[in-house]
Design a binder for this molecule. Structure first.
Ligand SMILES: *Cc1c(COP(=O)(O)O)cnc(C)c1O
Length: 375
C-alpha cells in the first residue's frame, strides 16, 4: 500500500534528541527550542516566535492575546480544520463562516466585509494547502474596521505572499509541526507576531500564567502568578527533532516541490480533457507544496476514484467536512451569505499521497493509475 503521509525524517533527529537528553533539559525552552524560535525569527523576519505544543495551542494563545471574549464574533472559512474554530469557541466567541473561493479554496476576501458586525473582533484567514489568502485585501479591511487578523498558517510554513512569509503578515500567525505537515516535531507548533508589546503577555500565558521566563533571564529574583495562563511549551526533545528538520528545510521543501510538479505535469492531460481540475496557485503566492489535490466533477465520481485507487494500493483521502454543517459548527457558529462553494468544492476534492521522500517511481505509478482509470 502506498501511504498517504509519512512523517518527515531526515536522519539527524536521533542525534539531536540524544543531545537534548544529555543537556539534562527536557522541559520547555531549552537550547533546541531557542534555536528553533531564533531560526523562525531570522528567516521569516518576525520579531517574536514561540514554539508551542501544537498549532491548536498557538491559535488558543492568539485568541487570548487578541482578547477575544464572550459575545465577540470571529470570521473564518468553514472549509478548515476544527482547531481554527475551537480556539475561539473556547473564549466564548461566535464563529461567522464565510464562503471560499473555488480556485484556491481559501476564504473569499470579497465576502468578508459584508459579514462584519459591531461584534466582530477578528478575521482568521486559513492558507489552504500552503497557498496564501489574498492578504492585502484582508489586511486593509481589518485596518478599516480595527479588527485583529490571526493567520492560520498551519499548512503554510515557508510559503510567501508577495515575498512575505505567511504567518508574519497578520497580527498573529500560527504554524503546525504535526507529523502531517511539511516540517514536524511529532506534535507541535509555533505562534509568531511582530508587535513586541505582546511579548510579556505571551510569555506569561505560555508559562502557566507566571513570569517564569523573566525569572530565567535573570530579570527578576522570584517568579509568581501574574495572569491567566496554561502550559504551551513543548519538550526540548521535540524541539530537537524540529531543529534537525529546520537545518534540512531546503532539502525537504525542494523534495516536496519536485513531487508537486511531477503530479502537476503528469495529470495535466486529464485537466485539458476536462475530467479533473488541478490546484491553482495565484501569481503573488509562492507555495510550499504542502498538498497535492485534484477535483472531480462531484461526490460520486470522487468516491469512485478513491476506491479505485485503494484497489490499486494507493491511499488517497478527502479533506474537511465543512464546519458549518457539523453539530458543533451549528451550535457555535453561523454561515454568513450563501454557501456557493464550501460544500460543493469540499465534496469534489481528494488529496493524493504527498510526503518527504515520495519517489518519482511512486508518483509515476499513481499518475498512470489515474490516467488508466479515465481511459
Ligand atoms: C493541522 C492544522 C491545524 C492544527 O494543527 P495541530 O498542530 O495539529 O494542532 C489547524 N489548522 C489547520 C488549517 C491545519 O491544517
Amino acid at each position: 500500500m502506498i501511504d498517504f503521509n509519512i512523517p518527515p525524517y531526515v536522519g539527524t533527529e536521533i542525534e539531536y534528541i540524544k543531545m537534548a537528553i544529555k543537556n539534562k533539559k527536557l522541559c520547555g525552552d531549552g537550547p533546541f527550542t531557542g534555536k528553533c524560535s531564533n531560526w523562525i525569527k531570522k528567516n521569516f523576519h518576525v520579531n517574536q516566535a514561540f514554539l508551542t505544543t501544537s498549532c491548536t495551542h498557538a491559535l488558543e494563545m492568539a485568541a487570548v492575546l487578541a482578547d477575544v471574549k464572550e459575545g465577540d464574533e470571529v470570521i473564518m472559512p468553514s472549509y478548515t480544520f476544527v482547531s481554527t474554530a475551537d480556539a475561539f469557541v473556547q473564549r466564548g466567541a461566535k464563529i461567522v463562516f464565510v464562503d471560499i473561493r473555488p480556485d484556491t479554496l481559501n476564504i473569499d476576501e470579497t465576502l468578508i466585509e459584508d459579514a462584519i458586525t459591531p461584534k466582530t473582533k477578528a478575521i482568521v484567514p486559513v492558507h489552504y494547502a500552503g497557498v496564501s489568502c489574498e492578504m492585502d485585501t484582508i489586511m486593509s479591511i481589518a485596518s478599516r474596521y480595527k479588527l485583529i487578523v490571526i493567520e492560520d498558517a498551519a499548512q503554510g510554513f515557508g510559503s510567501t505572499y508577495k515575498g512575505v512569509s505567511l504567518g508574519t503578515i497578520g497580527d498573529f500567525g500560527c504554524y503546525s509541526f504535526h507529523e502531517t505537515k511539511n516540517l514536524s516535531m511529532g506534535e507541535g507548533g509555533a505562534i509568531v507576531f511582530q508587535d513586541n508589546s505582546y511579548q510579556e503577555k505571551a510569555e506569561i500565558l505560555r508559562e502557566k500564567g507566571t513570569n517564569r521566563s523573566k525569572f530565567f533571564r535573570g530579570q527578576i529574583d522570584k517568579y509568581t502568578w501574574m495572569d491567566y495562563g496554561s502550559s504551551y511549551l513543548p519538550s526540548d526533545m521535540n524541539a530537537a527533532y524540529l531543529w534537525a528538520q529546520l537545518e534540512a528545510v531546503d532539502i525537504i521543501q525542494k523534495d516536496r516541490m519536485a513531487s508537486f510538479n511531477f503530479y502537476h505535469e503528469g495529470l495535466r492531460p486529464l485537466m485539458q480533457k476536462g475530467y479533473i481540475e488541478l490546484p491553482y496557485i495565484p501569481e503573488n503566492a509562492e507555495h510550499n507544496a504542502h498538498m497535492y489535490y485534484i477535483k472531480l466533477p462531484d461526490l460520486d465520481s470522487r468516491s469512485q476514484l478513491i476506491s479505485y485507487l485503494r484497489e490499486k494500493g494507493i491511499l488517497s483521502v478527502f479533506h474537511y467536512v465543512p464546519l458549518h454543517s457539523s453539530p458543533a459548527g451549528k451550535r457555535f457558529g453561523r454561515f454568513h451569505g450563501t454557501d456557493n462553494y464550501t460544500t460543493k468544492e469540499s465534496e469534489r476534492l481528494m488529496r493524493l499521497p504527498m510526503y518527504y521522500g515520495l519517489t518519482p517511481d511512486t508518483i509515476e505509478y499513481i499518475v498512470e493509475t489515474i490516467l488508466n482509470y479515465f481511459r
